[in-house]
Design a protein around this ligand. Sequence first.
Ligand code: FE2
Ligand code: FE2
Length: 483
Amino acid sequence: MLDLINVSYDTQIPNNVGLSSDKKVLKALEKWHPGYIDWWNQLIPNRYQQSEVYLRTAVSVDPKGWAKFDYVKMPEYRWGVLLAPQVEGRTIPCGEHAGEPAWQDVPGEYRNLMKRLIVIQGDTEPASVEQQKALALTAPSLYDMRNLFQVNVEEGRHLWAMVYLLHKYFGRDGREEADDLLRRQSGSEEAPRMLGAFNEETPDWLSFFMFTYFTDRDGKMQLESLAQSGFDPLSRTCRFMLTEEAHHMFVGETGVGRTIQRTCEVMKENGIEDPFDVDRIRGLGVIDLPLIQKKLNLHYTLSLDLFGQEVSTNAANAFNAGIKGRYQENRLTDDHQLQNDTYKVWDIVDGKIVQHDVPALTAINMRLRDDYTKDAAGGVGRWNKIIEKMGIDFELKLPHEAFHRKIGVFADKLIDPDGKFISGAEYDKGMVEWLPSHADGDYIQSLMKPEYEPGKYARWIAPPKVGIDNKPGDFEYVKLAMA
Ligand SMILES: [Fe+2]
Ligand SMILES: [Fe+2]
């Protein structure tokens, strides 16, 4: 009998979807596999490919114990196809088909819409690995290097997850789309990744932490809404991806938190009270809090753009079709159809920022973005606790959603982080304080020196409170191959 909890390792591609008896899909995936390995090998510098990394690998989809930790060379990581267990009697949670049995195959009428959503999700997964490819060279510790690689191999697995769906349910079109996922490249002129934020560089470790905190959290929200899909294989895939995704946001939150911690410690040790005494703080080799605020502004606003237009008929269609639900749709208590409901969205009327009600069905993106903002605010509060505990007078804030936007009603408007319209001159002047400048980037870059000794950390970042898999402080998370 097919074991749907434990992962079968009898094929080249570990899976819990019975691949060994699904010859057609297995063959298609085996054909896709070498291209994937090529992509991976070209991306990550060889020295790290040969290093032994203490990684977790999914061996089950049982929420109580799904992973095992061990040293692995990354090219030998077992990227698998893993779906969360099928929920008996699951029904379509929303839209016009709400309450009907969940689809085990793609309904013809929704084929294109469904494929597009899977491709967009799939495109982000390898993109982030591409964005982060140079970071190992400047890892502030072996612990951090290991976390980077953990995130990278799992994003690689998420690509596999989407490629499996394309091969299994979308025939030839699906195979072509799967090939294109390896053809596009982050930041490429000819074939860029599909979404803007995934073509930006991740030039330093603070950017990486901000990215995993803010942009992986957009990923989480998208996965949450796809986990509510009436298309059951997509729902199950996304539910399992979410268990891995949680670690990525943990890496981001603790990474930023440790950076803040270290800055505050160094300020205290040197008797610096004023967080805006930037020159002195930088002279001590740590990242000033105002610069952390600027990085936060940048990554938060780039991530907001990923939610698309506030009012969207595409989003309404996907919800109405039952392809995509709202955040935690199955826990909401309305009629799940939203035919007569309204929802508040932002708009600009007569040069003022206002909120007004629109049909809730058209505001699905806005609602998901609101859920995202609430979720993202949690970690900012915890960062502020660190600063407060150290007795420093400074508070990090999420900027107003209207600030620095490229998509939606606020796109390219002259609005400051408090949500106030300002003149072009004020905007240009303010930008120096609101977003990282070249000089800020250069300063952070100057701190990016690798620290490869077990248990040691670069000066600008505090050690973690607890090790991965409860390992002690001097644990050798990466056994580096010789350069
Ligand atoms: Fe992912
Ligand atoms: Fe992620």
